[in-house]
Design a binder for this molecule. Structure first.
Ligand SMILES: C[C@H](N)C(=O)N[C@@H](Cc1c[nH]cn1)C(=O)O
Ligand SMILES: [Zn+2]
Ligand SMILES: [Zn+2]
Length: 474
């Protein structure tokens, strides 16, 4: 099989241009899941995957999840694209999850090029929204399958695909679907693999065994029925935005310490065993400073930075809906504003306990403002943290695959981001999950100029083929 894998690697090398064209085709579909007006594009992207998979001989089922209320409109949820390739009882079965929706992106946010047009730069970056998160990986799996077929190489495992279109917006309905399909579509799953996170740096591949969870909140503060002239009503009425800003300013301090009482009580103690996992990693604080082009790091040592990202909770303020944000000097008093923030959770925090603490604290802080406006705090969506043992055979297969492609041992990392469905897969399918990242630390997922390095994309596709092989060899 070694020769076959070498042949596959050569095929991937020789077909880079085609693989990049394919990425350009999917990046051009602006499948932004959190914008109602772009929902049809998310569905279009799901349909693109369906027909591409059918053309590869994959049995496809579109799981429809019903409707959602967004921006006051009832809109359809995008389908989960389920695929099945091979049902040979002599082979192991691998379930692969990815997402085909993306974060919003506008040229005016500060992109150097149009976000939904893939641009290949001279220094080897493939720039475009979704290139690394998560369209590159999703089509990478399909290109891997196609390459095997073109070369006449047997796929060494049975494949179950699960591609969703709502990961960036709370994975609505997916948990129930996996529960429903655990003994049907996903029956016989031996291992699960997710490619939807990033290397710790830019040179060394890694395998990831932990994720933070995320609770996303809206604080709605309402006052008058309509926006008001601040010359006529300033000083005369209680202003919603004034109360909201006061409350939001009490959530977290400038060093990142969360100010909500009781929130840290649930955080697991750092054990000596865990302490060791921070040793010997390639991570450098200077790399972050150079990638961010600014020294805004909150921690002095590498270990503290990684602990802050991986094993402590964080609270980030994201925005205020209804507030004036354009250039210029509008003098309005907004009638209603919605403050948005989220809390990344870690072992052993529980979603319901976090919600209780948050709502109690915000209610108290709002009362202290003595505002006559009204407040409503809601957890819009939540996802649990996840933590696995990196000693499982699935990780051994991943390590061997990394060695085959990159000729080095992988680093073992945790991730500060969230992939809410990971723990559901583990629990429902009763199979180990491996996070096998393709992208590198400075890809800028969710940010402007998101990219995947051509090196990571091409070698990532090789890695997928090597991993299938190593799973079969276990
Ligand atoms: C790590 C993954 N690629 C990702 O970006 N996940 C998102 C998921 C999410 C959580 N709440 C809202 N979206 C993330 O970590 O933000
Ligand atoms: Zn994302
Ligand atoms: Zn993602």
């Amino acid at each position: 099989m070694t020769d076959k894998l070498e042949e596959y690697f050569q095929y991937v090398e020789d077909n880079q241009a085609f693989f990049i064209e394919q990425l350009a085709e999917v990046v051009a579909i602006p499948s932004v899941s959190c914008e109602a007006e772009r929902r049809s594009e998310v569905i279009k992207m799901g349909n693109w995957l369906e027909s591409r998979m059918k053309a590869l001989g994959v049995t496809v089922k579109l799981a429809e999840l019903g409707d959602q209320m967004l921006e006051g409109k009832k809109i359809p949820l995008p389908p989960v694209v389920l695929g099945k390739y091979g049902e040979d009882p002599a082979k192991k079965t691998l379930t692969i999850y990815g997402h085909y929706d993306v974060q919003p992106a506008n040229f005016s946010d500060g992109w150097d090029t149009e976000p939904f047009t893939l641009v290949e730069t001279e220094d080897g970056r493939l720039v475009g929204r979704g290139s690394t998160d998560d369209k590159g990986p999703v089509i990478g799996w399909l290109l891997c399958l196609e390459a095997h077929q073109k070369l006449g190489i047997e796929i060494p495992v049975n494949l179950n695909f699960c591609f969703e279109g709502m990961e960036e917006s709370g994975s609505i309905g997916l948990e129930e679907l996996i529960h429903e399909e655990a003994d049907k579509w996903f029956k016989n799953t031996n291992y699960t693999c997710i490619c939807d996170n990033y290397w710790l740096g830019t040179t060394k591949p890694c395998l990831t065994y932990g994720l933070r969870g995320n609770n996303y909140y809206h604080i709605e503060v309402s006052g008058p029925a309509a926006d008001l002239h601040s010359g006529v009503f300033g000083g005369v009425v209680h202003e919603p935005m004034t109360a909201l800003i006061q409350v939001m300013s009490k959530l977290v301090d400038s060093h990142g310490k969360i100010l909500i009482p009781g929130l840290y009580d649930q955080v697991a103690e750092l054990t000596p065993e865990e302490e060791k996992t921070y040793e010997g990693l390639s991570f450098k604080n200077e790399d972050i400073i150079s990638d961010l082009k600014s020294d805004v790091l909150a921690h002095k040592s590498e270990t503290d930075t990684l602990k802050a990202r991986w094993r402590y909770p964080s609270l980030s303020l994201h925005g205020v809906e209804g507030a004036f944000y354009s250039s210029g000097c509008k003098t309005v008093i907004p009638a209603k504003v919605i403050g948005k923030f989220s809390i990344r959770s870690v072992p052993n925090m529980e979603i319901d306990t976090i919600n209780e603490l948050v709502i109690k604290y915000i209610t108290e802080q709002f009362a202290l403002t003595e505002s006559k406006c009204t407040i409503n705090v809601k957890c819009e969506h939540s996802g649990r943290w996840w933590y696995a043992s990196p000693n499982h055979p699935n990780y051994i297969a991943g390590s061997r695959a990394v060695k085959r492609v990159f000729n080095t041992e992988p680093e073992f990392t945790r991730e500060g981001g969230s992939i809410p469905i990971t723990i559901t897969f583990e629990e429902e399918l009763k199979a180990n999950v491996l996070l096998l990242p393709m992208g590198s630390a400075n890809d800028g997922a969710h940010s402007t100029n998101e990219k995947v390095n051509k090196y990571n994309y091409i070698n990532g596709i090789k890695l997928f083929g090597a991993y299938w092989q190593e799973i079969a060899n276990l």
